[in-house]
Design a binder for this molecule. Structure first.
Ligand SMILES: Cc1ncc(COP(=O)(O)O)c(C=O)c1O
Length: 281
């Protein structure tokens, strides 16, 4: 059977899933999205993702969508995929209308898309050795807390990282680290975690929130305070958190080695997997 996707209330073969050329997500990046990590059949942190999706839609003035239908579709398509791990992608746009900046008339239906794709977990070796990252200027707009599909700065930064043999790019605004192109960032200094506070300049990551909780359960506080690139370079550990990135230790920043890869990031990843119900390696 060909792969099926959910589009505007129906599950259809992907080859039959068409979106209008007038869709505002396509023309204006007037759309929000979510990515959910599925461990087995467990849609990890589904409710938190739906809260963030709803908050973004409210901020942009979208009409609510049927979250129950999204969950049913996700469960159906995860079962059809049948892979040990998968990701759910959800995108909601303000809908289609002949191109005009002004919002379409009230009642214009949103475009709601959901698909499920298999996920290949990172190799244990990669997690063990950590990844390299580069720093780039954070030239994104000032509402990155809304998870819109307007990701061109992220795309360019990620590509720049790839071309320099790195795994991720870290955004820096006014000398302070904000986050990565698709992950948040933590540092560890003297057994204490630190990450940038939630402002309009970072995406309030679900994994960031879960990791703060997991650390607290281990008796570790997380300080929510901005930090400079210099501070990051001289930390005991630096790691990324994200739905697909999970907890990924950083080995080098712009070629500068970080003092340690793990052990705290490795413990937090194990705790995350435990919470998600992922079988141990
Ligand atoms: C810019 C950005 N920051 C942080 C994250 C991490 O958020 P989450 O843990 O909810 O995946 C993402 C996820 O895609 C992201 O795109």
């Amino acid at each position: 059977m060909s792969v099926r996707v959910f589009l505007n209330g129906q599950i259809v073969p992907q080859a039959e899933a068409y979106i209008s050329i007038d869709d505002r997500g396509f023309l204006f990046a007037d759309a929000v999205y979510e990515v959910i990590h599925v461990y087995g059949s467990h849609l990890f942190a589904w409710d938190l993702h739906m809260i963030r999706l709803t908050e973004g839609m409210q901020e942009l003035g979208y009409a609510p969508v049927d979250l129950g239908a999204l969950k049913t579709a996700a469960e159906t398509l995860v079962a059809e995929a049948g892979t040990p791990e998968s990701s759910v992608y959800i995108q909601v746009s303000r809908g289609a209308q002949p191109r005009a900046h002004l919002f379409p008339p009230a009642g214009t239906p949103a475009t709601v898309l959901l698909w499920v794709r298999p996920l290949t977990p990172f190799s244990p070796q990669l997690v063990q050795q950590g990844v390299d990252v580069i720093t780039v200027a954070d030239d994104r707009w000032t509402k990155v807390w809304i998870k819109t599909v307007g990701l061109l700065p992220n795309v360019l930064a990620k590509q720049a990282a790839h071309e320099r043999g790195a795994f991720e790019a870290i955004f820096v605004r006014d000398g302070m680290v904000t986050e990565a192109t698709s992950a948040n960032l933590f540092i560890v200094r003297q057994g204490r975690l630190q990450t940038a506070p939630v402002t309009n300049y970072i995406l309030p990551g679900i994994t960031r929130q879960v990791v703060i909780e997991l650390a607290a359960a281990m008796g570790l506080d997380t300080e929510l305070r901005p930090f400079a690139v210099e501070t990051m370079l001289h930390s005991d550990e630096v790691f990324l958190t994200g739905t697909l990135t999970e907890v990924m230790p950083i080995r080098r920043v712009d070629g500068h080695p970080i003092a340690g890869v793990g052990p705290l990031s490795h413990r937090l990843l194990a705790a995350l997997h435990d919470r998600a119900g992922r079988p141990a390696e």
